[in-house]
Ligand binder design. Structure first.
Ligand SMILES: NC(=O)c1ccc[n+]([C@@H]2O[C@H](COP(=O)([O-])OP(=O)(O)OC[C@H]3O[C@@H](n4cnc5c(N)ncnc54)[C@H](O)[C@@H]3O)[C@@H](O)[C@H]2O)c1
Length: 307
């Protein structure tokens, strides 16, 4: 996708962090914006700020776990702006701790937002874009799914998130291949950020009632929360920078988008483990003291029932 001016962009998780910055860049490029989130006050604030800068913007409460709400989002984009060119399936949440300690509600919530949100987005919006392309030979579309480096690695004590983001990478690669197969004028990218300062480590702020925490937190969940808080807040690459490089990648038709290409050395090692049939490598080999601290803290939680 080369031309952004007057095109329509839909962004999920648009009220905070990366989504909010995608909206800023899109507005600057003269796009018409459809913003979706579950946090009403932050969403309204984003809409008002962008509208004050002269953007055409519609904001809609939308829980991406629910297919009917994602369909309503697509309908709103058509009603307001006549179609959709660019989609960011970006809404995401996290939950950490030893993988057997996560509750059914943890799995439902994280997979609901991170995986089902992207499934609904791809299922509903790709067909809409294909229909527009069939009518208009000049149609250009693009879909960006926000995964994570956690979709290419499997760090300990963040299993639910890892599983969800690996699914997003798989879904995105397949989407790319399927679009190529039918020669669609629609591009696809997967964004794999490393730690970027946003609200992600506080995503429980918007955890819905129907998947509320039933027990815990366990010791490992507390340790994971502290680790994630520290890693996210001390990230050096900003969300604004990630948004800029993402739009450049869209214009260049680039599929894999990384905020921290230096972290790919660990991906390379994982791939080598797989093809050499070696057991998964030690994530703490350079920092064994970190493993020792984590072990001692997590032992406090041994036997803590999660449910
Ligand atoms: N920040 C990082 O370090 C990092 C790293 C890798 C991947 N990511 C991914 O980036 C994406 C954006 O997250 P962020 O870092 O900007 O965090 P963020 O918390 O600042 O923004 C996420 C937004 O998603 C919204 N949201 C939560 N549940 C929702 C739902 N059910 N439906 C619609 N919206 C919902 C939240 O209200 C929030 O506004 C996520 O997919 C996240 O997993 C972030």
């Amino acid at each position: 996708m080369k031309n952004f001016k007057d095109k329509v962009v839909v962004i999920t998780g648009a009220a905070s962090g990366l989504g909010r910055e995608f909206a800023t860049v899109a507005a600057r490029l003269g796009m018409k914006l459809v913003l979706a989130d579950v946090q009403r006050d932050a969403l309204d604030r984003a809409r008002d700020e962008l509208a004050a800068q002269g953007a055409s913007v519609v904001a809609m409460l939308c829980d991406v776990r629910k297919g009917e709400q994602v369909q309503a989002l697509a309908d709103a984009a058509i009603d307001n702006f006549g179609g959709v060119n660019l989609l960011f399936n970006n809404a995401g949440v996290g939950s950490g701790g030893l993988i057997w300690e996560n509750t059914e509600a943890d799995w439902e919530w994280v997979l609901g937002v991170n995986v089902w949100g992207v499934i609904h987005g791809v299922r509903i919006f790709t067909k809409l874009m294909l229909a527009a392309a069939a009518k208009d030979p000049s149609f250009e579309g693009h879909i960006v799914n926000t995964a994570s480096m956690a979709g290419l690695l499997n760090a300990p004590a963040m299993g639910v998130y890892n599983v969800s983001k690996h699914a997003v990478v798989s879904l995105s690669e397949t989407l790319y291949q399927d679009l190529q197969l039918v020669d669609a004028p629609i591009g696809a990218s997967v964004l794999c950020p490393y730690f970027v300062p946003t609200g992600i480590s506080q995503s429980h702020r918007n955890r819905p009632e129907d998947v509320r925490m039933t027990k815990g937190p366990t010791a490992s969940q507390l340790v994971a929360q502290a680790m994630t808080d520290k890693a996210v807040t001390s990230g050096k690459v900003t969300a604004a920078e990630v948004a800029e490089l993402t739009f450049k990648a869209i214009a260049d038709g680039q599929f894999y988008i990384y905020s921290h290409p230096g972290a790919l050395a660990s991906v390379q090692e994982r791939m080598e483990d797989i093809v050499q049939q070696r057991n998964p490598g030690d994530p703490y080999k350079a920092t064994p003291q970190v493993r020792d601290i984590l072990r001692s803290k997590m032992k406090l939680g041994a036997g803590t029932p999660a449910e």
